[in-house]
Design a protein around this ligand. Sequence first.
Ligand code: PRP
Ligand code: ADE
Length: 257
Amino acid sequence: MEIMHKASSSLSCKISFFPSPDNIDSPRTLATPFRHSSASSNSQLQQLQLNRSKNYRPAGSPLRCTASDSVKRQEMAGKDGQDPRIQKISSAIRVIPDFPKPGIMFQDITTLLLDTKAFRDTIDLFVERYKDRDISVVAGIEARGFIFGPPIALAIGAKFVPMRKPNKLPGEVISEEYSLEYGTDKMEMHVGAVEAGERALIIDDLIATGGTLCAAIRLLERVGVHVVECACVIELPELKGRERLGDKPLFVLVNGA
Ligand SMILES: O=P(O)(O)OC[C@H]1O[C@H](OP(=O)(O)OP(=O)(O)O)[C@H](O)[C@@H]1O
Ligand SMILES: Nc1ncnc2[nH]cnc12
């Protein structure tokens, strides 16, 4: 992987992660993302509500494009108020109904990873936002935060710290419990991975209820780290996870409901 920092005439810094040019064709024919719209009737929506389970939440309507945060919206907007890369990213995310359980509309980012242009644009959008924010730690949440976090960390010159499910990290850990719809889960981080006073960005693929991001924030703040912002590719806004984060800024690229 090669990281190229190209200064444009407007002094903004474009960062690419792969040597391929921007106009490379994306492999959409390999896996065509689709949108499932059969969850639109009232009875089906009621069924979706009934079928809510564990940490998964139904997304009742197609992904909408956005690039939002709680501080300043449309910061990266193009002429029409929307960065043109966002629509392509949104289209590259597949929604799979009834996974992992009936009623769940699963936001599948694996098709985004197949689309080299959309995947690179996703990383670039985050890097453009965070490259001058003096961030020394990118904390990625297991499992899908491990896909987006490391390239962002490398590009902005920060270390990558994995926030893992219980009993996965081999060294001494600190852990934080968090609630799921039914029961609790735990998130762990290696002792010594971060130091008090560092500035962190937390990355995950998706925010639903916000419980996972809240646990990550608590874990980092317990050891004196300043969490600058949380960033996700997808938000399911109907689940109001953003509200659960309080005044901690959240930046997302795509709305899933
Ligand atoms: O906002 P919340 O309601 O907390 O849910 C969001 C979390 O749920 C998903 O992970 P999941 O727990 O499915 O774990 P996985 O990525 O290991 O499959 C997703 O990747 C987020 O980490
Ligand atoms: N609908 C969903 N799709 C993918 N990951 C999720 N995590 C919680 N809800 C989810």
